[in-house]
Design a protein around this ligand. Structure first.
Ligand code: ARG
Length: 458
């Protein structure tokens, strides 16, 4: 059968070319946006006298029935149609007759697809924002529960200074809070309507772009028609936001995997979010966290893919742009799925206070505090640092901790040492004293929790 766009050519194409060209297998997910855009377009055409009110109602009745029938499964999407726009228009004409052919007046698929994609992405951003917020809420709850669980904090994955698990968790909460604000920025910036830009140059009809923009929930219209049909910046922005979400999920996954290993045993995942091995009966694997870490790759790939599609494209629309969809959809689906599994996994984490504390007792993570003790008593910090380093060395040789050294021994290396040193280097004191804003003290972590709860209305 000849294509709807037959004219200059016979419209008779090879099957291989049709398959290659077709986007309906994936862009059909925008059917609701496509129909919503068309309904408003019909209203606009009528309001400007380009078609009659009666014609607009017929078109919109037809579109409403198509929407309902697709939703209920009564109307199956015909995969031989080129894309969702052609499919809806052809079913419309079948249902309402010739008047259906008037819908595409003062419009092109170029501005139509730009509109559909923006509306689809806007809807998905809102849904992702909700999910990110849900994850933050779960993390904040855990941080509240584990505010006082002392564990080693690491740099270079070497034990560095004592922190609390609550403090560690809150670091992730803040990362995801930035992700939320980035998603929101992206949503705001994309929210200008491209419909009415037509193929590339605008139209000779007296249309009302603001009418359409307002009814479709946009803050205004794109002011250059060439830009309107060829802009996909917002997809690059979105994919970059999604990539960062995956970076954060992946970093958190890495800790979850490490912390739940036998070597650490700081936390235990609920059985519901782990797997066993087909051969090793003792195994409890953190596959969900590993998959979250692994799936970040495909989201970054989408970002690179999108940048590459756009680079070097001349104005205005080029069919290359159809390649914006699958990778965006895949990234959206991946992030949503990952958040869906991650949130309950985090919410059911059980931390092991004793193991965390035992690990914190080793590794001389109170060495900075011992150096600070001497500094507060008048020794220059560099000297205190050196002396403490020597004491640590001595402990390593004798298989001791800093707490094990007797006061007499301490006094041999400096007169400044007194019996109050033990209190000063106790892990609890080390944590409690780090009251600087954002620090690891119990009070500071509680403040961080209260801040985010208030800011996000949790
Ligand atoms: N399926 C196309 C896409 O996603 C719709 C726009 C087609 N426009 C065109 N001039 N062929 O980009």
């Amino acid at each position: 059968m000849a294509k709807m766009w037959a004219g200059r050519t016979s419209g008779i194409t090879s099957k291989i070319a049709d398959d290659y060209n077709s986007s309906i297998s994936f862009d059909s997910r925008m059917f609701e946006e496509d129909i919503a855009g068309s309904m408003v377009h019909a209203l606009m055409l009528a309001s400007k006298g380009i078609i009659t009110e009666d014609e607009a109602s017929k078109i919109n009745e037809g579109l409403t029935s198509i929407l309902e029938d697709i939703k209920s499964g009564k109307l199956e999407i015909d995969l031989s149609a080129e894309d969702i726009h052609m499919f809806v228009e052809s079913v419309l004409t079948e249902r309402v007759g010739t008047v259906g052919k008037k819908l595409h007046t003062a419009r092109s698929r170029n501005d139509q697809v730009a509109l559909d994609m923006k509306m689809y992405v806007r809807k998905e951003i809102t849904s992702i924002e909700e999910k990110v917020k849900g994850l933050i809420a779960a993390i904040v709850d855990k941080a509240d529960e584990y505010t006082c669980y002392i564990m080693p904090g690491y740099t270079h994955l070497q034990r560095a200074q004592p922190i609390t698990y609550g403090h560690d968790l809150m670091a992730y909460a803040f990362m995801f809070e930035r992700d939320l604000s980035r998603l929101n920025d992206c949503k705001k910036r994309l929210n200008l309507s491209p419909i009415g830009c037509c193929a590339l140059a605008g139209t000779t009809y007296d249309t009302d772009r603001d009418f359409e923009a307002e009814r479709l929930g946009f803050d205004g219209v794109v002011l250059n028609s060439l830009d309107g049909v060829s802009d996909r910046d917002y997809l690059v922005e979105l994919l970059s936001c999604l990539s960062l979400i995956m970076v954060h999920l992946s970093r958190m996954s890495e800790e979850i995997i490490l912390f739940s290993s036998w070597e650490f045993k700081f936390i235990e995942l609920d059985d519901a979010f782990t797997t066993g091995s087909s051969i090793m009966p003792q195994k409890k694997n953190s596959d969900m966290a590993e998959l979250a870490r692994g799936k970040s790759g495909r989201v970054f790939g989408s970002l690179m893919g999108m940048l590459t599609v756009l680079k070097g494209l001349p104005l205005a629309y080029n069919k290359d742009m159809q390649e914006d969809k699958e990778q965006t959809y895949d990234a959206i689906d991946t992030v949503k799925m990952t958040l869906d599994v991650f949130t309950p996994m985090v919410a059911t984490i059980k931390a092991n206070e004793e193991n965390m504390l035992n690990a914190a007792k080793k590794g001389f993570i109170n060495a900075t505090d011992l150096a600070d003790y001497l500094t507060k008593k008048g020794m220059p910090f560099r000297d205190a640092y050196k002396l403490t380093g020597m004491l640590v060395n001595k402990c390593i040789e004798e298989n001791k901790t800093l707490e094990d050294i007797t006061l007499d021994e301490y006094k041999k290396s400096s007169d400044l040492f007194d019996s109050d040193l033990y209190e000063e280097i106790s892990l609890k004191t080390c944590v409690e004293r780090r009251v600087s804003k954002g620090g690891t003290s119990f009070a500071s972590v509680k403040e961080q929790i209260a801040y985010l709860k208030d800011k996000l209305g949790l």
